[in-house]
Design a protein around this ligand. Sequence first.
Ligand code: C5P
Length: 234
Amino acid sequence: MHDVLTHDDSMRDRLMVALDVPNADAALAMRDEIGAEAGWLKVGLRLFVAEGPALIRDLAGRHKIFLDLKFHDIPNTVAQAVESAGGLGVQMLNVHAGGGPEMLKAASRAADSFPDMKLIAVTVLTSDSLPAVEAHKLALERARMTQDAGLDGVVCSVHESSAIKDICGPGFITVTPGIRWGDQDVQDQKRIADPAMAVKSGSDYLVVGRPILMADQPGIAAREAVKMMASTLL
Ligand code: C5P
């Protein structure tokens, strides 16, 4: 009998749940709630600073891990940090494109030793107080710079994803937060999109935090997101 990869399966592998929780107990409980409904877990600064590499090892296995630490320092220091992160066996890691081309190149060279790990760069933070037009222009410039430095992709808003694909090509990965659907609270996200819009605009991976973390049943909320993503393929 053949395994048939359904639309839902392929979309589960593009859903990243942001584990924005305070400690390992909460992270492991959320991991269990989500189960097979999402392919990825994103571990950010709060959780990593609290729990460190041991948690990454505990989370790995059923899910792929995106280590979201946004490295931004001198090139040598960032390269060494990329090497340490690569040693943890994570499947995705990021740095901040604001570190400039030399830092990005050093990070990219360090990541070459870890072919199974995608290295991406944050373009512009939502909290950067730039006018929208300038933020958009800067995001595109930084995406090009990130690609020239040899990285695999960027974190960007859904609203920049298709322009970045136009400039950098379809193989350049875009990872997009700011996802909301139904009557969910927008919270501090400025420019939101629902899961179907995100997929249609070319986002490869959708990062979803509070809409799943704060749902009564996080696994069901993740399934809902996957269904909306898959609806674009019908
Ligand atoms: O809870 P919510 O779905 O808004 O979470 C989004 C996640 O994406 C958070 O972990 C946040 O740190 C991250 N993120 C973001 N905006 C950026 C970069 C990262 O919301 N520009």
